[in-house]
Design a protein around this ligand. Structure first.
Ligand SMILES: Cc1ncc(COP(=O)(O)O)c(C=O)c1O
Length: 403
């Protein structure tokens, strides 16, 4: 078996004599050397603003930046005009809520979310509710992590349903959703859709045209790229009709004292100096993923997911949230008589990085009536041996805390 851990300098770290074991990929993924090199090369060799100076440095930086956009477009099956670089998923969703939402939604209009949303796909809509009085409706989730079909039917029967903002994969339940039929149904009713692909993007191939989404958002940092770079995909006709969310340099064709003309897509939505090195490194991350290949990534993650589930289900003090079908290697654990924060601390002492809390999904935790969980989120490069070490460590920590 290929050891993909070798690609990630972070994973060579030793903490308290333990090799680092990274089970927090859903929070942010480690960066492969090729991504770190792309950032360094930009600063060491180019370091210029894009779309500006008439010199070779600026030309090189612009070419690298625009090539990265083409890589992203190709990665998700979009046109280059439809790829807006943002600061991340949160920024992308806020852009849609402000730019599309404020213009196209009015008091009483219904925006449907699922109960599996991250705060990033709830709060911008709550803000719009405060501002213009839209109504939020939530699609119920079954115990096994799937969408409740009765609840879906009820929401689709709402005559004022205008917008669907929905996650591709839950950062708590590990469920990867088949959104195609839901989006198709939304489309047939003239409902615009936004997909939060923050978790889904790094685990399965994705094609926005096949998915049928009107908007789709993701972050670079969960896809092995740096933080502070993300993507908003928007269907070209929709983006053409929208007003720019931020104003400034780079997003204009002309500025007069009393008026301005926005630039063409995608520049219209990229005001100010963008995260140039982040975008270039996102291009490098995509190249890295393509080189490994989706077949390899999906099959390794399936193996890890099945193995983790098998092992964790042997522990009588642990309950896993969500189901088994279409599960990513992401597990939120309810620990009987143990506080997840204490366990996460002690796992950290053994070099194992996990997350504890509600994972920015407080409403989902409330819905399942659990205050906090311990989340282990794996990626294709993790190993069976790491899972064994994790399970043994959990058993030791339980014995220690309950002795
Ligand atoms: C499903 C989901 N949506 C949105 C986000 C927000 O991503 P970011 O903080 O990179 O904007 C996250 C981050 O954990 C997430 O898991």
């Amino acid at each position: 078996m290929i050891d993909y851990r070798e690609n990630f300098p972070l994973l060579r770290r030793i903490y308290a004599e333990h090799p680092l074991q990274y089970f927090d990929n859903a929070a942010t993924a480690p960066k492969p050397q090729v991504v770190i090199d792309a950032v360094n090369d930009y600063y060491n060799l180019h370091n210029a603003n894009v779309h500006r100076g008439p010199n070779f440095l600026a030309e090189e930086a612009t070419t690298l930046y625009e090539d990265a956009r083409l890589s992203v477009a190709d990665f998700i099956g979009a046109q280059r005009e439809e790829i807006i670089f943002t600061a991340g998923t949160t920024a992308s969703i806020n852009l849609v809520a402000r730019s599309w939402g404020e213009t196209n939604l009015k008091k009483g209009d219904v925006v449907a979310l699922s109960r599996a949303e991250h705060h990033a796909n709830i709060v911008p809509w709550l803000q719009l509710k405060e501002k213009i009085g839209i109504v939020l409706e939530y699609i119920d989730i079954n115990e096994d992590g799937t969408f409740n079909t009765e609840s879906l039917d009820k929401i689709f029967a709402q005559p004022k349903l205008r917008f669907l903002a929905i996650t591709l994969a839950s950062n708590v339940l590990g469920q990867y959703y088949d959104l195609k039929p839901i989006i198709k149904r939304a489309k047939s009713l003239g409902v615009i859709s936004l997909v939060d692909a923050a978790q889904g993007i790094s685990h399965r191939p994705l094609n926005v045209k096949e998915l049928g989404a009107d908007f789709l958002a993701f972050s670079g940092h969960k896809l092995f790229a740096p933080s502070g770079i993300g993507v908003l995909y928007g269907r070209q006709e929709l983006l053409e009709d929208m007003s720019p969310f931020l104003g400034g340099g780079g997003m204009i064709a002309e500025v007069l004292e009393q008026s301005y003309l926005p630039a063409e897509l995608p520049d219209k939505f990229e005001a100010g100096t963008p995260n140039i090195e982040g975008a270039i490194a996102l291009g490098a991350a995509i190249k890295f993923i393509k080189k490994i290949g989706w077949t390899e990534i999906v099959s390794r993650e399936k193996f890890l997911s099945d193995y983790f589930l098998e092992k964790i289900q042997e522990l009588d003090f642990v309950q896993v949230l969500g189901g088994e079908v279409n599960r990513l290697p992401l597990f939120s654990l309810v620990l009987k008589d143990l506080h997840p924060h204490d366990v996460a601390d002690l796992l950290g002492e053994r070099g194992i990085i996990v997350r504890a809390g509600h994972h920015c999904a407080q409403t989902l935790h409330d819905y399942f009536q659990v205050p906090a969980t311990l989340r282990a989120s794996l990626s294709f490069y993790n190993t069976k041996e790491e899972i064994d070490y994790f399970i043994n460590s959990l058993l030791e920590i339980k014995a220690l805390l309950q002795s």
